[in-house]
Design a protein around this ligand. Structure first.
Ligand code: SF4
Length: 400
């Protein structure tokens, strides 16, 4: 296995692309004895293609609970008794307050997340566009969002016109596994949403959740589908089995080793993308969470997720500094301008495979305070930012 890991590492470093068979063999063949070989390969690949930059994101749950959809991992579906908070769309003052807090925490952007099937033209879209405009006008952070399915291209154009920077919509899982996770909409509904988002000229944030009963091969199929989709940011989440959801009884948590192998193989499959480890990282990786950076992660979410809590921004920034990585926001704070994700022509097509939307688009990071102070290093930003929250792992992964 060591030889195979080495061969696959060299192949990617030389510009080659792993097949699904090769990725599946990495997952199935890596054991405790060869874990460090896999992580070392993933770390080399990350450093060659992404460098030491770490992208940091944060979100606000702008509308919680009572979602019509039946995503089996999600605490916010109206079909499951989970005890999650339920409320309608926040008003402009609440969102502006959240934006200010995000900035105080060093965030570059505020991602608005809404638990509903999706957006159509009408009063709800008007309200959302108003919130986006308010956040943009305040200038504290730039607005991102995860607002569910979009079947009307005009909706995407309206969001773009309002100032939306990045739209999150996750594939969630491989096409071949999707129907075991969601009944109320299809993988192609999600793919269609992503096409509209890209056609409107917004950045795409799309990834999935590991640990929902998929096979090793299906994990790699998801990575291959994302590779074809070519989003600007790939959130990778782990199932956090929440009481009341079907998956809490159907599946246990991944082991930390399984999760680290999953991150690493995503890095092998998606060498040039920012891979953001987000929902479920604390509950699945536990004390081993910092190793996600050695496994190839180059982004994470700071502060709260949606319905469960996360590590504090101080914790995250201390870990990043400890690995001698650099929060991308530090650069943004130094320049005073939000950093764009991968620039992309407005009309670039989305690949044929894709899926469901979800997550909080979101992008923010952490270090505005460092900029205010004339400092820009992660430790300074960490010590200055307040933080924390309460969020939900899979929620993040699949909201909306
Ligand atoms: S993941 Fe999104 S669409 Fe699915 S139930 Fe949760 S909030 Fe609704």
């Amino acid at each position: 296995m060591r030889r195979f890991i080495s061969e696959m590492t060299d192949k990617v470093l030389a510009g080659g692309e792993l097949s699904v068979d090769e990725g599946a063999r990495l997952i199935e063949g890596t054991t405790r004895d060869t874990l460090m070989d896999l992580l070392a390969g993933a770390d080399r690949i990350r450093r060659q293609y992404v460098g030491n930059e770490v992208h940091l994101c944060s979100i606000v749950n702008a509308k919680s609970g009572r979602c019509s959809e039946d995503c089996g991992f999600c605490a916010q579906s109206s079909r499951f008794e989970t005890g999650v908070d339920e409320y309608e769309l926040l008003d402009a003052e609440q969102v502006k307050k959240a934006a200010k807090e995000a900035k105080q925490n060093g965030a570059e952007a505020l991602g608005l997340v809404a638990a509903w099937r999706g957006l159509k033209q009408g009063p709800e879209l008007d309200k959302v566009c108003n919130l986006i405009e308010e956040v943009a006008a305040e200038g504290d952070v730039h607005p991102d969002a995860s607002l569910g399915l979009i079947s009307d291209p005009e909706v995407a154009r309206r969001l773009k016109q309002a100032g939306l920077h990045t739209y999150n919509h996750n594939l969630e899982t491989a096409r071949s596994h999707f129907e075991t996770v969601v009944d109320t909409h299809s993988f192609d509904d999600r793919l269609s949403t992503l096409r509209h988002v890209r056609d409107a000229g917004m950045n795409l944030c799309s990834g999935g959740i590991l640990g929902m009963g998929e096979t090793a091969r299906q994990r790699v199929e998801l990575a291959a589908e994302l590779r074809e989709l070519d989003p600007d940011l790939v959130p990778l989440n782990f199932l956090n089995p929440i009481d009341g959801t079907p998956m809490a009884t159907e599946h246990g948590k991944l082991s930390p080793l399984e999760a680290l192998v999953g991150i690493a193989v995503f890095r092998f499959m998606l060498p040039k993308h920012h891979i953001m480890v987000a929902g479920g990282r604390e509950v699945v990786l536990g004390d081993l969470a910092p190793l996600m950076y050695l496994a190839g992660a180059s982004a994470t979410m700071v502060g709260n997720y949606l319905t469960t809590g996360g590590a504090t921004p101080e914790d995250d920034l201390a870990v990043i500094a400890g690995f001698e990585l650099e929060p991308r926001v530090a650069t943004a704070a130094a320049t005073g301008k939000p950093l764009p994700l991968t620039p992309r022509p407005a009309s670039q097509p989305v690949g044929p495979a894709a899926g469901h939307a979800a997550n909080a688009a979101v992008a923010s990071a952490a270090a505005a305070k460092a900029a205010d102070d004339g400092a820009s290093n992660a430790s300074q930003a960490a010590s200055d930012s307040a933080g924390a929250a309460d969020s939900d792992a899979p929620a993040l992964a699949g909201e909306v």
